[in-house]
Design a protein around this ligand. Structure first.
Ligand SMILES: Cc1ncc(COP(=O)(O)O)c(C=O)c1O
Length: 386
């Protein structure tokens, strides 16, 4: 049969997480610390709003940019919480999750062969989004010894040498949980300004921040016109299945993203958009979930460090990126053995960047009892290894 598939799509590596989880699905009685999805269901008032909207007959398309009411509520929320000002009419676009916001942002700005800087370890969709758009990836590899934070000298050097058009930034980070203080972000912004690089800032875990208050990149001096701000409802509000997010940026860029969106998606589902309006009034429910994530974070990082699986304290999101170097197994071997011998699923570090073979990602978005059970199984596994 003739090969009809485009070369760049064929070359695209499948998600390392999915590949590993095909294996997990074949194993029974697994405690999974693998998925990057809240274990909570969306708060009841949000679900009720979705049900009621359906009962009222909201089954139509919305405007391509999304319901104006939702865009106005987002503008109000961003101003109130972060002092971040966007015009609801033409600087905010409602997307089907940050996944689509990312794809639109990259496709709107990247010409074939334009370079995009990715900070590793990173969320699996970033390299794929660049490759699908026909761009080229430049990588900056953060180190455990530097708390997986961006090394400013390296950032300066890579921007100078490779001249990427855009950079994808994510904090709090998937997979490390790393976030940045205002002072750190100021330094990063100064370097980005000097090299006039567009920052696509994925801040989907902003509400799940424990130690640092989230400082949106776009609020830094002079950064707003050089930033596409991506956020959504999946993580903070436990609304992954609703598939709703938003992108904010300059009128010019948002118009181009909206143009692609109007051809490939039309609009985000109306029920999800109405539920998202309700979500923005649910900060009390959100803070209860965050309190529970923090309890789990404190517990799991303590336990892992005591076991010798060295882990930096995540400042946000719901992941630990911990070192398995001491076991002398590479992370894929470690994850496979852990699954086979004690039925605990974690994600090998390679899924987030080829040079992270000494690390695994553990998600603590699971009920506390499961977390305790997983820790007890990992202890047993570690004892057998040594
Ligand atoms: C950093 C990051 N960005 C984006 C997404 C996708 O989010 P959404 O459900 O809004 O598409 C995820 C999901 O795991 C993520 O971890």
């Amino acid at each position: 049969m003739k090969d009809f598939v485009a070369k760049r799509i064929k070359k695209l590596a499948p998600s390392g997480i999915r590949q590993f989880f095909d294996l997990v699905l074949k194993t029974k009685d697994v405690v999974s610390l693998g998925v990057g999805e809240p274990d909570f269901v969306a708060p009841w008032n949000i679900r009720e709003k979705a049900i009621y909207s359906l009962e009222q007959g909201y089954t139509s398309y919305t405007s391509n940019k999304g319901l104006l009411r939702l865009r106005l509520e987002i503008a109000y929320f961003l101003k109130k919480h972060y002092g971040l000002v966007y015009d609801a009419e033409d600087e905010i676009l409602i997307t089907t999750g940050v996944s689509q916001g990312l794809d639109l942002a990259v496709r709107a700005v990247v010409n074939p062969n334009d370079r995009v800087l990715i900070i590793y370890p990173c969320y699996v969709a970033y390299p794929a989004a660049v490759e699908i758009a026909g761009g080229r990836i430049t990588g900056l590899y953060t180190k455990e010894s530097e708390g997986f934070k961006i090394n400013l000298k390296e950032l300066e050097a890579v921007l100078k040498k490779n001249k990427p058009k855009a950079m994808i930034l994510n904090y709090p980070s998937n997979p490390t949980g790393v976030s940045y203080t205002r002072e750190e972000l100021k330094e990063i912004n100064l370097i980005c300004a000097k090299h006039d690089v567009l920052v696509i800032s994925d801040e989907i875990y902003d509400l799940i921040s424990y130690d640092y208050k989230q400082i949106p990149f776009a609020t830094l001096k002079g950064a707003k016109s050089r930033t596409i701000y991506l956020n959504g409802f999946s993580k903070g509000y436990a609304m992954t299945g609703f598939r709703v997010g938003f992108a904010c940026g300059s009128k010019q860029i948002i118009a181009q993203m909206a143009k692609i969106h109007s051809f490939v998606m039309l609009c985000a589902p109306i029920i999800s958009q109405l539920a998202a309006v309700e979500a923005l009034t649910s900060q009390k429910e959100v803070s209860l979930m965050i309190r529970e994530y923090k309890r789990r974070r404190d517990y799991i990082t303590d336990e892992l460090n005591q076991m010798g699986l060295r882990t930096i304290l995540p400042q946000g999101a719901f992941y630990c990126f911990c070192s398995v170097k001491q076991t002398k197994l590479d992370s894929l071997e470690f994850a496979k053995k852990l699954l086979k011998e004690v039925k605990v699923a974690v994600v090998p570090g390679q899924a987030f960047g080829s040079s992270y073979k000494d690390f695994i990602r553990i998600s603590y978005a699971c009920v506390f009892e499961d977390l305790k059970e997983a820790i007890s199984r990992i202890k047993k596994f570690k004892t057998k290894l040594s």
